[in-house]
Write a protein that binds this ligand. Structure first.
Ligand code: FES
Ligand code: FES
Length: 147
């Protein structure tokens, strides 16, 4: 039986209908809403590629049921800013952080969650446990050092 929900994503309301209320939020963001900045990596809550903010806190959207996301404020990488003006976006560009880029939306959202929690500088990096197979960890540390 299908279920209809309203999701608040990046300040906009999206009505969605899913066949299974346990569908991962990640699939809904990417396939139903069309926000493909959030990536699928491991699917088992390890890599962090799928990280989004839910009520300002980082959550792995591959392991969050869409029904539990309804009524909460979801922020994806597309919602950081429309014009690359967010301090994290500026720092990522200034430090040329990404290599292939696949993990980077999750990295940015993990960093955004740490910033929201009041962390600064090295403390942001120590809150981030995402995996980057390209090994951008040092540049991420440089990028958050001044924040
Ligand atoms: S895809 Fe969600 S943690 Fe890896
Ligand atoms: S930049 Fe390639 S996986 Fe992180």
């Amino acid at each position: 039986m299908s279920t209809s929900l309203i999701l608040n994503v990046n300040g906009r309301s999206y009505p969605v209908t899913v066949n299974n209320p346990d569908m991962p939020l990640l699939w809904v963001l990417r396939d139903l809403i069309g926000l493909t900045g959030t990536k699928y990596g491991c699917g088992i809550e390890i890599c962090g590629a799928c990280t989004v903010l839910v009520n300002g806190r980082p959550e792995k959207s591959c392991d969050m049921n869409v029904s539990s996301a309804a009524g909460k404020m979801i922020t994806t990488v597309e919602g950081l800013s429309a014009d690359r003006s967010h301090p994290l976006q500026k720092a990522w560009v200034a430090n040329q952080v990404p290599q292939c880029g696949y993990c980077q939306s999750g990295m940015l959202m993990a960093a955004a969650g740490a910033l929201n929690a009041g962390q600064h500088g090295a403390a942001i990096a120590s809150e981030m446990h995402n995996i980057c197979v390209c090994g951008t960890y040092q540049r991420i540390k440089q990028a958050v050092a001044g924040l």
